[in-house]
Write a protein that binds this ligand. Structure first.
Ligand code: CDP
Ligand code: MG
Length: 138
């Protein structure tokens, strides 16, 4: 069993895709063991994406991530990190596989519907960024 952090990003929340995205997880063996609606400040978005702080897209990305409500979730299941990344599809929806969340619901490469942790280390950091142990429920 593994846990990973998922965020339904502000574009997908604004476009009424919360239920569509959750459906993909529940239909594919990923159980939600923590969930909350969040509205990140710019500072919180900068902290969350600190690994990208030197990238050209950092300022625009953190503006976008703090532009509206989002849904943070902890997904649990076998190989949850890789499974979630597969369900999400490639970063750019134009390159994402058919049937993936980003192919079906993303707006563009930045406003790409979902975030998912990419390693056990990032999952641990990202889960702890939004959730304390009392907020993880099995
Ligand atoms: O989210 P993912 O792990 O697929 O991609 P990333 O390389 O970790 O980048 C984080 C986020 O930055 C992406 O999901 C996009 O929202 C954004 N991004 C962007 O706006 N332009 C890029 N060239 C690359 C990423
Ligand atoms: Mg990433």
């Amino acid at each position: 069993m593994q846990r990973t952090l998922s965020i339904i990003k502000p574009d997908a929340v604004a476009n009424n895709h919360i239920g569509d995205v959750i459906k993909r997880f529940e239909s594919n063996g990923l159980k939600i063991v923590g969930m909350k609606m969040i509205r990140m400040t710019k500072k919180e978005a900068r902290g969350f994406y600190a690994v990208h702080k030197d990238r050209l897209f950092f300022d625009s990305l953190t503006d976008f991530m703090s532009s509206g409500p989002a849904i943070a979730m902890i997904l649990q299941g076998e190989n949850a990190i890789v499974k979630n990344r597969e369900l999400m599809g490639a970063t750019d929806p134009k390159e994402a596989a058919g049937g993936s969340i980003r192919r079906d619901f993303a707006v563009d490469k930045e406003k790409n519907a979902v975030h998912g942790s990419d390693s056990p280390e990032s999952a641990a950091f990202e889960i702890g960024y939004f959730f304390n142990s009392l907020e993880i429920v099995e």
